[in-house]
Design a protein around this ligand. Structure first.
Ligand code: NDP
Length: 276
């Protein structure tokens, strides 16, 4: 598995496996299958209510837990110093692990929900920094943070976030956030890299799939990895889990990457960090 190096020195696989809506027996099997196929980055979150299944899937795969880069996230209704520490313990219990490789603040505190939103983010972050020092988290990061949320955090933090996980697919590229994070050496993970399936119906993507003799999903995922963005596609179907992993035997031309980078907005989830 190819990896990238985070700003804290830890290595992260260049593609991951998403688990949102992968619940129950189906969710467990999907995770076990993904690990069997070769995925080494598994992404879950407290709000997905499937941490038990994800932990079980990893154990069922037979691959050593230390070989897996396991991510979970702190729910947005649990922000705050004490709450962050308590919620991490609950996630570790549900996953049945001693540590997570990456723990993210799922959504930033915003002005709509908090009068002192910057302080809430800073205090939550301080808790994550302490948990990292205690060895309960290897790398700490954020999700759905824009520069306006990152700037105050960067002013007050001791440890710079290693990752920002944001919506990222051919129809929603968030170029300003990506550029800002790249300058700060914060790696981008792309959620909904297939735009929840919407990108697979797009004419431009379809034409490229024909040209490269690959599937539409493979075009979207390869495009992300070629820009050093880590896509975390989700599927519960073994054939698709395999398909989404087979993206390392071809390269998109510079022109085709440029074409995707010029595509109009398509498949945007509608979820915004200041609107929750
Ligand atoms: P994706 O863009 O990964 O798309 C998933 C959908 O596409 C599912 O309906 C899946 O169906 C289908 N699909 C997957 N592969 C294929 C394929 N090869 N061909 C056709 N259809 C396919 O969407 P997600 O929203 O799930 O995002 C991925 C992951 O990102 C999540 O699972 C989660 O881990 C993370 N995430 C993080 C967020 C955050 O705020 N940080 C927000 C949203 C997601 P099926 O399962 O039936 O195959």
């Amino acid at each position: 598995m190819q990896t990238l190096t985070l700003n804290d020195g830890h290595r992260i696989p260049v593609i991951g496996f998403g688990t949102y809506r992968g619940i129950g027996e189906e969710g467990t099997k999907a995770v076990a299958k993904a690990v069997e196929i070769g995925y080494r980055l598994i992404d879950t979150a407290a709000v997905y209510q499937n941490e038990k299944e994800v932990g079980e899937g990893i154990r069922q795969s037979g691959i050593d837990r230390n070989e897996i880069f396991l991510t979970s996230k702190l729910a947005r209704n649990k922000l705050g110093y004490s709450s962050a520490k308590e919620e991490l313990e609950k996630s570790l219990d549900r996953l049945k692990v001693d540590y997570v490789d990456l723990y993210l603040i799922h959504w930033p505190a915003n002005a709509r929900n908090f009068s002192h939103w910057k302080e809430v983010n800073n205090e939550t972050w301080r808790a994550l920094e302490e948990c990292q020092k205690e060895g309960k988290i290897k790398s700490i990061g954020v999700s759905n943070f824009w520069p306006e949320h990152l700037n105050p955090l960067l002013d007050s933090c001791e440890i710079i976030p290693s990752v920002n996980q944001i919506e990222f697919h051919p129809g929603y590229r968030q170029t300003e956030v990506v550029q800002f994070c790249t300058e700060k050496n914060i790696l981008i993970e792309g959620w909904s890299p297939l735009a929840k399936g919407q990108a697979l119906k797009n004419g431009t993507i379809r034409r490229m799939a024909e040209k490269y003799k690959k599937t539409e999903a493979q075009i979207c995922l390869r495009w992300a990895t070629e820009q050093k963005v880590i896509p975390i596609p989700k599927s519960v179907h073994p054939k698709r889990i395999m398909e989404n992993f087979q993206i390392f035997d071809f390269k998109l031309s510079k022109e085709d990457i440029h074409t995707i980078n010029e595509m109009p907005q398509m498949g945007f989830s509608g979820e915004l960090p200041n609107d929750w």
